[in-house]
Design a protein around this ligand. Sequence first.
Ligand code: ZN
Length: 510
Amino acid sequence: MIASIPSAILLGVDGSPVSVEVHISSGIPGFNIVGLPDAAVRESRDRVRAALLTSGFKWCSSRVTVNLAPSAVRKAGAALDLPIAVGMLVASSQVEHAMVAGYAFFGELGLDGSLRKFPGVISLVSSCDATKAVVPTSCTREASVIPTKEVYGATSLKHLVGALKGEEDWMVAESVDILESVGSESGRYYPDLADVRGQAVGRRAVEIAAAGGHHLLMVGPPGSGKTMLASRLPGVLPPLSYEESLEVARIYSASASPPEWDVLPSRPTFRAPHHTATSVSIVGGGSSWLRPGEISLAHLGVLFLDELGEFPRVVLDSLREPLEDGLVRISRAMVSAVLPARFLLVAATNPCPCGEGMTPGSCRCSKSARERYMARLSGPLLDRFDLSISLAKPQVDELLSMSPGEPSRVVALRVSMAREIARDRGVICNSRIPSWALEQLAPLAPEAMALMERRLRSGVLSARGMDNVRRVALTIADLAGEDPPIKVEHIAEALQLRAARAMFNAEQLR
Ligand SMILES: [Zn+2]
């Protein structure tokens, strides 16, 4: 007897359809899984056997072969337990073939026959070759965000067979709502810019970073508000569209610890991995399904790297591909995956090892120690930051006298207006305007041109730097509601907002 049950496996954050074929024949009793199973899939045998027996089904003492097709792809994870068990029931005639037609099955089995949650629910269910999907009840809410599939939940193998026979009811989830979220609601998700006292340059840089999608580097001593500013950035970014929200949900669903879904994420995410985190947890990879790392969890949101120079070189180097292409390629033995990773990078660093390098007389570091500290950051990475600002610790009387800053919702309105102008140009944001299109989209007024020329001649600005300045100046003009050609004051502000670059080793920046 043979049965063929549709299911899927996870590769990175993508589902890949798999057909689980179970063949029972006479011969020497045995149980074989073929088709490149990983260790977890090979262990299915014991879980499936225990689950069938404790659920009151028979375990056939004949020769069982389970083939996972296509055979060229390595199969990982425990979500194949359920399709293997259902295949056994059909192949051994304990369940009629017609009853499972049109269904795909997903789930890990407990020894008592209970069905357990598994990673990648959204990707797996949406990729399978069937319109009806049976999942553990703990996964139904998550699976129900997929509009093209009918989702049925079961608590156990016994419940599942009862429901297939029409003797019991399936568990069906109410679908997951997507929150209506506009700028005014941003305070519900992220701290408000109104809490930031003073820090005019920092606030301005946050607004420009959000409006133009410009990566931001902040240099300043501990206590200068770098983390405070960074954590307020996602609150001024535009909310996610439905498609973007689904994409982000898919990535979280495939992560090592999928969240419990109440609503789909409607705001851009904020991820702030510590520099001591493993490179696998930041970049992704590791387990046999190549789980997404922090840089993918920050997709369409903000990735904040505090103490940038303390991150291992391998992590900093691996940021180049996502910063360039918005994705990361991960390869391990026999398996590779491409994961989405398009984030707004915000980084912070102290000016020197003791942190006080910007306060004259306070720094205890030697000149060479300061140079070594700044040289830990590579030029190519620093080049990705369109905005690099220095922040000072606010003075006490400054903190006391200052009234609350402008709230995030007001800033978010200007940001979304600027994004709309960029969309009319055919880009998502100004940082993505290709160099060749700058002449047409961001022409310079004569005075602005003259200022750029002086900077180029003096050697402080490279050709690449000039393009970046132009993109930032265009964003500044958009925020001011002024059409190109770009005025000299906008170029001057854009140049000012990259002034902290001078603190790094000038040679490596060129
Ligand atoms: Zn110092």
